[in-house]
Design a protein around this ligand. Structure first.
Ligand code: PCA
Length: 324
């Protein structure tokens, strides 16, 4: 009897230590808050990874830039301080033109076009990330970008002098081209920038308008549907290679599911976000033809500049996108 008990106790200890050895813990920083659809999607992704890996891969999600600020996340994943992270691709436009593509105005303006652009961009994006020791797990588009401002904007010249919040090199460039004053502020600090009057306008999605309670400061959303930038989930390659094959497969499967769910969620929740903005006193304004034309001229100019920077790879991406 005594022997039996000790054997049993021994096997429990064994099972425990084997389990503990096999478990891997990863950190996943994102710059967006729990209310955000990307983060909602990430929450499901983390659960799916846990289930599919049978508890072997535990990912801790750190939201709202609590672990790293938006522009720091890519480097953190590259250096394996975080094994997986969420980045806004266009934030890194100054590192390489590949990151800028889906941030260009009026190249791809709806979800279908945006998904096609992603397919054309993807092999190049993967190659670039691989060269820096990372892999692309999945990417999901933000809802279409419009202009938040109190001012009446009928044409781009009306944007002159606006104190314009930029979140990327492209959004700063737009400000320059229309004569607004760009201030780069990431979403986690946006509410404060509005409250303190540092900025009085910006271009982004209804999703960010909702997350940051923009309706408390700004009353109009010009629905220009100018582009749909993407967030990408990137993984440190060494961390990935160190996983057992079953956990690698679990991660990939959960990633593929998250990509599909994320694109749907973005679209569905965009309607809901717009309703919430309206409920809170924000007017969605259909832009005038003049405003759309003015912005699309800027878009063409930026695409020309981009093609010069992006060379043969850039041309290949645009050709593939246009052929689809
Ligand atoms: N929201 C993010 C980027 C794109 C978007 O829709 C932001 O404003 O920071």
């Amino acid at each position: 009897m005594h022997k039996k008990i000790s054997l049993l106790a021994g096997s429990i200890v064994l099972a425990f230590s084997a389990g503990a050895q096999a478990q891997t813990k990863w950190d996943l920083p994102t710059a967006y808050p729990a209310s955000n659809f990307h983060v909602e999607n990430l929450t499901s992704f983390v659960k799916d990874v846990d289930t599919l890996s049978e508890g072997k891969l535990k990912i801790t999600l750190h939201n709202n830039a609590s672990l790293y600020k938006a522009p720091e996340i890519k480097r953190a994943v590259q250096g394996n301080q975080a094994q997986i992270g969420e980045i806004l691709l266009t934030n890194f436009a100054n590192e390489d033109p590949i990151y800028e593509l889906d941030g260009l105005p009026f190249l791809a303006t709806g979800y279908d076009a945006s998904f096609k652009l992603y397919q054309a961009q993807k092999p190049f994006l993967e190659k670039k990330l691989n060269a820096h020791g990372m892999t692309l797990l999945y990417a999901v588009a933000w809802p279409p970008q419009g202009i938040f401002a109190n001012k009446d904007i009928k044409q781009i010249s009306d944007m002159k002098g606006l104190k314009w919040r930029a979140y990327s090199p492209v959004t700063a460039k737009i400000a320059e081209l229309v004569g607004a004053q760009p201030v780069t502020v990431q979403q986690a600090e946006l509410a404060q920038a509005m409250a303190t009057g540092v900025i009085d306008s910006y271009m982004s999605s209804a999703s960010t308008g909702y997350d940051t309670k923009t309706y408390e400061y700004i009353k109009k959303f010009y629905d220009t549907q100018a582009w749909l930038p993407k967030n990408a989930i990137i993984v440190n390659k060494k961390a990935f290679d160190a996983l057992d094959p079953a956990s690698q497969a679990a991660l990939k499967k959960a990633g593929a599911q998250a990509e599909e769910r994320g694109w749907k969620l973005s679209q569905e929740k965009n309607k809901w976000y717009q309703e919430e903005l309206a409920k809170n006193g924000m007017e969605t304004v259909k832009p005038t033809v003049e405003l759309q034309e003015g912005l699309s001229v800027i878009g063409k100019r930026m695409l020309d500049d981009w093609l010069k920077k992006a060379g043969a790879d850039g041309q290949a991406m645009i050709d593939t996108y246009k052929k689809q």
